[in-house]
Design a protein around this ligand. Sequence first.
Ligand SMILES: CC(C)(COP(=O)(O)OP(=O)(O)OC[C@H]1O[C@@H](n2cnc3c(N)ncnc32)[C@H](O)[C@@H]1OP(=O)(O)O)[C@@H](O)C(=O)NCCC(=O)NCCS
Length: 334
Amino acid sequence: MYKSKIIGVGHYVPDNVITNSDLEKLMDTSNEWIVERTGIQERRHIKKGSGDSPSTMGTKAAKIAMERAGVTADELDFIVFATLSPDYYFPGPGVMVQEQLGIKEIGALDVRNQCSGFIYALSVADQFIKTGMYKKILVIGAENHSGGLDMTTRGRNISVIFGDGAGAVVLEATEEENSGVLSTHLHAEGKHAEELAMIGPNTGNWVPEIMASDGKDLSYYPNMNGSFVFKNAVVRFQEVIFEALKTNNKEISDIDLLIPHQANLRISQFVQQKLDLSDDQVYNNIMRYGNTTAASIPIAMSEAWQEGKIKDGDLLCLAAFGSGFTWASALINW
Ligand SMILES: CC(C)(COP(=O)(O)OP(=O)(O)OC[C@H]1O[C@@H](n2cnc3c(N)ncnc32)[C@H](O)[C@@H]1OP(=O)(O)O)[C@@H](O)C(=O)NCCC(=O)NCCS
């Protein structure tokens, strides 16, 4: 039986740094408020005209992951791309990455599960490898949030949190006994779909109708019930981490590194404290990038790997919660 092993990880973020004091000039907010409530000090925003987009950033992250894996584009069997902010309404960015990498006719799948998107994408790729259908799969998470945020005081509860970037991994089939993705766990609770969402434009309320509202219809900006999201996140993170450990007969103390989706530093710290994890067992980089949704886990994984915080044989736990609501975890023997 095959397992999936992560053989390369990479990330790319735009070089345009937006600090909290930059945001103070655009809206009624403060560095103190943002740091205290979210832990975020700065984030990256795509500069208009730079050529960066979810697909091009995803391709840049993918090239780094492939180089580290020692894998060339023509060896890949499949692409899975997770994002909530695709280049186009359709087609999704998976096919664009395929074209940008110059690969001929392999399948490219797009995953729409927001902050849990990367783990959902990893899980899908893992199933294809376990069945023996594919041997090498590229999994990408990338977001362009800054293009669609309300950068006025009206949107401040959301726009200070989110940032742009991309991360990618190369998965390879392995028959090694205790190596690779041990299990993935996916959940959703659609009754809360509108608590964190961008509703418009949608097929029932299309662009001309929004334009005809004379600026009253703001459904094209994301909306979030922040405290409700927070309360659900801290519970679901813990549940799904325990589910992964229980499935594999592991304890909290077995985790070498937890990489939580970088939603909010307060959420990660709450979960760390509840699980009694040491600082060394949890990786956070939200201070520098904000919440990059589907990109946050692979960006964090790539940085942690670069910093020597992920070593061969380590037990890695990934966990995420976000819009949908969706939540997910993965346990990996590196
Ligand atoms: C968004 C979040 C930081 C807001 O913190 P909070 O303590 O819940 O704050 P509230 O939304 O209750 O707002 C408190 C006050 O701060 C204000 N406020 C909101 N955003 C602000 C900002 N950027 N700067 C200054 N003040 C702000 C609100 O208007 C409100 O003012 P009021 O009391 O005069 O009405 C917090 O709810 C959160 O982190 N939620 C989870 C978000 C998340 O993780 N989302 C991604 C999930 S994947």
